[in-house]
Design a protein around this ligand. Sequence first.
Ligand code: NAD
Length: 492
Amino acid sequence: MSTEIQSYPKIFIGGEWVQPHSGRLIKSINPVTEEVWAEVAEADEIDIDIAVKAAREAFYGPWRRWTATERGASLRKMGDILLENAERLAFLETNDNGKPYRDTLGEIKRSAEWFYYYAGAADKIQGETIPNNPDSLAYTRREPVGVVGAITPWNSPISMYSWKIAPALAAGNTIVIKPAELTPVTSMEIARLSQDAGFPPGVINVVPGYGKVAGSSLAKHPLVNKIAFTGEYSTAQSIMKDAAVNLKRVSFECGGKAPHIIFDDADLDKALTVALHSAFRSTGQSCSLGSRLFVQRNIYKEFVKKLINRVRQIRVGMPLDKDTHIGPHTSKAQLDKTLQYIEIGKEEGAHLAVGGKQPEEFTRGYFVEPTVFTEVDNQSRLAQEEIFGPVLAIIPFDTDEDVLQMANNVQYGLVAGLWTKDIKRAHKFAADLEAGFISINTYRPIHWTLPYGGYKLSGYGRENGLEALHAYTEVKTVVVNLSDELPSDPFK
Ligand code: NAD
């Protein structure tokens, strides 16, 4: 990598690169070197206002005149452009975020699928005719909600842009994207690449900035019709208050503390491989992490022993190195949070089985060892709170009733997984687990076709699949009177 600082001094509004009002730059830290490696323009409430107005002008202007098929064609082109630029984007993302290059590359290639899926769906958004009365024609239209404000987190930036841009634009909306201040770099590249996809100016606007300034003014702006947010539930609560100003539509994808349940009749080799990856992928910086692993008591000892052996083989390393399994945390704040929870786990009396500190071989960088606590109490903070780091809490259980009760006894409800060969048990748990996405004999196989989102504090609304498309539309009901009879006149 060149040692020169990557500079993105302008924001993208109305199809043009403009100076931010503040004149300031956000400094982005490379989590390996702990040094500034990129600078990105910092938008404030004035820039947000200009961006929202540009998005509104595009919504009522050229974008409205595009057919749905034409919108789909540009989305497909955007998917192609992502693939053509995948290596460069992955390189930038890895430097900004610390996720291994092989993961960011895979993620960007997968993101193209969101554009292809919603490109195909764009001209299949249709209303219904409703047989409510023989003397009337009643039908619904699905119309775009208008200007969408997308507020995204730092852990998987390009996925999060794709999950929001593709369905929002397919449904005919325009969008203002406020990326996370910790990882803003690839949002600037997405803005640049969107110009080649042929969207009219103002359809996609990108305004990096801080959450409490740029994010909050987007949520408050009276001309924004919907906020699509991914991040912490406490931020969602604040956005909900801000969005109340004009009763914006909101969708929230928040955190999780997913139960991952291994029954004694499971295919234990498969379950072990998947449980390991699910608990430590992306250095634990994933909302769907299988962070509470419930293992049935009669297989507990053997299963946990094997899992710990595998954890010792996870290669923590330089994210650009192709052999690395997990890179550093994205930020010092996240590293500190993980280390703090490791201390909490020890104080709470859980058994620290492996990991628990920063690896000694690195003199700098936000690295941390994959860490496992066993004999964890489900009521402890270690088991109840989202750490967002590579810290696995393993909890033994005896019966189906016990594990169901413990699995649901948490404030989150994003995903849950279970491993069993008993089909009755599998479907009973699928029905009774309080989470928006249940995996049986697999773990969170996220896919563009599958609605994804949470119960409880894990969110509100769903992303992905046709469910997400509908959430970017308003339903309008139209009734046409076909009768020649005089209307009844109650005031006569
Ligand atoms: P965060 O809530 O701190 O920030 C997310 C975004 O919100 C950022 O762009 C930030 O600038 C902005 N923001 C902050 N304060 C704001 C405010 N007052 N008003 C408006 N916007 C504001 O979250 P994070 O730390 O970036 O991300 C980690 C969280 O995201 C975790 O809880 C994780 O589980 C969750 N997450 C969920 C999913 C999912 O799909 N469910 C996916 C990824 C991450």
